[in-house]
Design a protein. Structure first.
Length: 368
């Protein structure tokens, strides 16, 4: 009868710890801490028993798991769903799996996911928005070890692969369209504009800058949600509700408005419905414009004028950059890999639909 194979259960019994502890110590899980005494006890028991650590499971071709991790701040906005669809299409074509980390714009959740990367060991990471400021140095260090791409990165501090958007450009396009239609009294409705949301602020600055150059900066009203909204767990209609409630306030406070812009399409839908509920005609009384050209923007009875910055294509590009970097690492396994930084940027495009028209010349009657 052959000799019985030594297992991790045997090591756990001899060293007086749990089987899970044995597994984590012998597999060198660096994100879990044990005392030096416990480590030495487990390692000594393993040596005495002649225990051999099982090899990790690999794919049929002998390669490690083909996994790409995607960091996403929310899954309730169609914009991020479209990005993920683009990423997943390319990943699936090349036989890669995608693991999504929904941070919910919560620093603790983002931190926990970043710590998990040491044990998950993905072959590449995609951030669908800029990493939080407090994690940018950590993300930059990760990018030196594995392929990492940021979508919408426009930060000078982050010299890493990026599929970029200069967020001032959509803001300018939105403003220019409204100016061309004769709108002189306008508002911009936005989610919270905290210090963490630099990209939102850039879009608004672009919008205001266009009006400033026309000598009408004082005629632009910015209405944003409170900072607490970004720390609440978002629901599917969170941004829609922001647009709806903030617009109701705007209509009471500023009846002179002839156009309202939304930071994104979901907010613009809320703006539109608040106007219609107040018995204002869109676009005859109030024009409405959004941004992102999400799939729903052309489906409503009043289709939404918006800005297209080719969201799905950006997701595809990000994944393709990751795969190029992975292939490059394989090709130059013995060193000498060329250093290259990819920067891809699409020019945003105005999509004119039925929610915008020429500015009215008289005040409409609104519902009290």
């Amino acid at each position: 009868m052959g000799k019985r194979k030594i297992t991790s259960s045997d090591v756990a019994r001899v060293s007086g710890v749990s089987q899970a502890t044995v597994s984590m110590i012998l597999n060198q899980k660096n994100n879990v801490s044990f005392t030096r005494e416990t480590r030495e006890k487990v390692e000594e028991a393993a040596r005495e028993l002649g225990y051999q650590i099982p090899r990790r499971r690999t794919c049929k071709d002998g390669k490690s798991r083909k996994l790409i991790v995607v960091f996403c701040p929310t899954l309730t906005n169609p914009y991020y769903v479209m990005l993920l669809q683009g990423i997943e299409q390319v990943a699936k074509e090349k036989g890669y799996g995608v693991f999504v980390c929904n941070t919910q714009r919560d620093l603790k959740i983002e931190d926990n996911y970043l710590k998990m990367m040491r044990s998950v060991q993905p072959l590449g990471i995609i951030y669908t928005c800029n990493p939080s400021l407090c994690f940018q140095e950590q993300v930059r260090e990760m990018a030196e070890k594995i392929p990492l791409v940021v979508i919408n990165n426009r930060e000078d501090l982050m010299e890493i692969d990026a599929v970029e958007l200069n967020n001032a450009k959509p803001g300018r396009l939105m403003a220019r369209h409204l100016l061309d239609l004769g709108h002189r009294h306008v508002a911009f409705v936005s989610p919270p504009l905290s210090s963490r949301q630099g990209q939102r602020q850039k879009r608004i600055k672009g919008f205001i800058r266009e009006y400033e150059e026309a000598g009408l900066k004082a005629n632009v009203i910015v209405k944003s949600a409170g900072a607490d909204m970004d720390v609440q767990i978002p629901s599917m209609d969170s941004e829609y509700k922001m647009g709806y409630h903030l617009t109701r306030e705007l209509l009471r406070e500023h009846p002179e408005l002839t156009a309202i812009a939304g930071m994104n399409d979901m907010i613009a839908f809320g703006i539109m419905d608040a106007c219609l509920e107040a018995r204002l005609k869109v676009p005859a009384d109030v024009s409405v414009i959004g941004c992102d050209n999400t799939v729903f923007s052309g489906f409503r009875s009043i289709s939404l004028t918006t800005i297209d910055h080719f969201v799905s294509l950006k997701g595809r590009d990000a994944c393709e950059i990751i795969l190029k970097k992975i292939d490059s690492q394989k090709k130059y396994q013995n060193g000498g890999e060329p250093v290259s930084i990819y920067h891809v940027e699409y020019e945003p495009k105005l999509i004119v639909r039925t929610s915008t028209s020429y500015a009215r010349t008289s005040h409409p009657k609104t519902k009290k």
